[in-house]
Design a protein around this ligand. Structure first.
Ligand code: HQG
Length: 181
């Protein structure tokens, strides 16, 4: 499978496993899972033929490990980033003292006034490293980084979860815990 096809497959999977399962006539269970056979049949029925071996390759080689199989290897889900209602049932985790968020300058005034909000997703996405946050921000333009005082947030009772692919999730970040870098 070449890089171009892998990326195309990853984008299709992200679309249906995070945002729009109905478009190919599948439903996700409460945990966000769908049967692998069901998914592949639905993709094929909607013009995207992907073999199980190719799916394995996409899951295994994905740069951000966006998708995960369940323990039995019969179901798949997106590890984070959903806009459809799912409960990933991730345990509450102790965050590192500092986390980072990458955004762009045009959002800064609102963010510094009202804090980080999940917008269309379930949770605010935070990164453990500046490099990752810079990549997240760069999707929208020249990246601007914010430092999140996760230790102070945790002390104040805010809960964090970490996804299977290492993205830190929290419901919202009030502005007092943010510092532009
Ligand atoms: C901004 C990608 C105005 C926020 C990435 C961001 C990540 C506000 C945008 C994952 C705001 C939301 C998530 C406020 C937040 N006012 N703007 N109060 N609060 N924002 O895409 O964090 O490649 O939902 O800064 O790598 O950019 O898809 O979140 O710019 O891990 O796997 O509103 O998506 O992963 O955008 O990215 P998003 P995000 P994948």
């Amino acid at each position: 499978m070449n890089e171009k096809r892998r990326i195309r497959a990853s984008k299709r999977l992200a679309l249906h496993l995070r945002h729009d399962p109905a478009r190919i006539g599948i439903t996700l269970d409460t945990g966000g899972w769908v049967g692998i056979d069901t998914l592949l049949a639905a993709l094929a029925a909607h013009g995207f033929r992907l073999s199980r071996a190719e799916l394995d390759e996409v899951v295994r080689t994905n740069d951000k490990r966006r998708f995960a199989y369940d323990e039995s290897g019969t179901r798949i889900r997106a590890s984070q980033g959903h806009s459809v209602k799912v409960d990933l049932a991730l345990p509450v985790a102790e965050p590192p003292a500092v986390l980072y968020h990458g955004t762009v300058g045009r959002f800064l005034p609102a963010i510094l006034t009202e804090g980080l909000r999940p917008m269309n997703r379930h949770a605010v996405h935070l990164s453990a490293t500046r490099a990752t946050a810079a990549k997240v921000g760069a999707r929208r333009g020249a990246p601007v980084l914010l430092r999140v005082d996760a230790a102070a947030m945790a002390a104040a009772g805010h809960e964090f979860q970490v996804s299977a692919n290492g993205v830190w999730l929290t419901a919202a970040v009030p502005p007092e815990f943010l510092q532009p870098l």
